[in-house]
Design a protein around this ligand. Structure first.
Ligand SMILES: [Zn+2]
Ligand SMILES: [Zn+2]
Ligand SMILES: [Zn+2]
Ligand SMILES: [Zn+2]
Ligand SMILES: [Zn+2]
Ligand SMILES: [Zn+2]
Ligand SMILES: [Zn+2]
Length: 223
């Protein structure tokens, strides 16, 4: 409630009328904050002097409106001008919200009174995969499962000395074939480049040469 009167002429008007004072101060059901120039009221009006002396005894008068955060009740702020309310955005107190979200990360917001259902977590997932040593680099995607691991690994091929940069998820699959091109000289002396894994594949032995090759021709003619 605002008592509005604060003037150099020290005119209180109806704010000084006893039954008006009684009505004004007795309507509230849960609580009441009264804003006004109490120095003036005490000076000019006996009823207000009694009231103010009483509330001074109980320490219920001050220079501003105290606000406090429901999450951090000891972090009180006395607001003395309208901009002071801006120091407490989101209905909280400006401290970090330390709530642990359902994804496991800490709430990214400053202290707030709104529910956590609408908070979007932008932290990285960083969950370690079960079948490799990498961590999921995606932005938090709870409760959806992590996508396949897309870290790059240097993989040594199973049957040769070649290595290859490959996505981790691919390295978890079986059936890896070395695709490195290696030189091959066929029985007829043709020098060609073939896939390393083909060179090792017995079934492909007579098809490795890409040149018109008598060896194959002879072979095929004999069938
Ligand atoms: Zn708070
Ligand atoms: Zn929060
Ligand atoms: Zn991985
Ligand atoms: Zn999260
Ligand atoms: Zn993930
Ligand atoms: Zn190889
Ligand atoms: Zn050949």
């Amino acid at each position: 409630m605002s008592l509005v009167r604060s003037n150099a002429d020290k005119r209180l008007g109806y704010v000084a009328v006893d039954n008006r004072i009684c009505v004004a101060l007795s309507r509230a059901r849960d609580g009441l904050y009264v804003v006004g120039n109490f120095h003036l009221f005490v000076e000019e009006n006996a009823t207000w002097k009694i009231i103010v002396d009483k509330i001074k005894e109980t320490n219920l008068i001050g220079k501003g409106l105290p606000i406090m955060c429901p999450n951090h009740t000891d972090n009180q702020l006395i607001c003395t001008n309208p901009n002071d309310f801006l120091k407490r955005p989101l209905g909280g107190c400006g401290l970090k919200c330390e709530f642990r979200l359902s994804c496991g990360h800490q709430c990214p917001s400053t202290c707030h009174i709104s529910s956590h259902n609408s908070i979007i977590c932008h932290k990285r997932c960083l969950k370690t995969y079960d079948d490799c040593e990498h961590q999921c680099q995606r932005v938090c995607h709870s409760p959806n499962e992590c996508p396949p691991c897309n870290a790059t690994v240097v993989l040594k091929m199973p049957n040769c000395e070649h290595t290859r940069d490959i996505l981790c998820v691919m390295s978890k699959m079986n059936k890896l074939e070395c695709a490195v091109r290696v030189p091959y000289t066929c029985p007829n002396g043709h020098q060609v480049q073939v896939r390393c894994s083909d060179l090792r594949n017995k079934e492909l032995q007579d098809q490795l040469c890409s040149q018109p090759c008598d060896a194959i021709l002879v072979n095929r003619l004999n069938i």
